[in-house]
Design a protein around this ligand. Sequence first.
Ligand SMILES: [Cu+2]
Length: 92
Amino acid sequence: MKKLAAVLALGLAFTAPTWAATKTATLDVPGMTCATCPITVKKALNKVEGVAQVEVSYEKKEAVVIFDDAKTTLKALTEATTNAGYPSSVKE
Ligand SMILES: [Cu+2]
C-alpha cells in the first residue's frame, strides 16, 4: 500500500501545473570578457523570481536559463544581466 502511494505521489509531482509553465531560454551575453564574468551573470539571473536553473558558458558567451514563465519574462531576464553590467539578448 505504501508503495502504491509513493507511485501516485510521484505521478502527481510530474503533472503539477507549475511544471507546464517551465521554459528554457538561451541568452547571448557578448560582454563576458574573462572566466569570472559568468559567475556575475549567473548570480544576477538566479536572483530573478521564477528562475529555476542557470548555466552560463564563457566560451559560448551565452546563458541557458530554465524559468517559470508564469513568474518571470524574457525581458526580466535580459534586464537582470544588463543591470549587472552584461547586456544580453534572447537567442532565437
Ligand atoms: Cu570577467
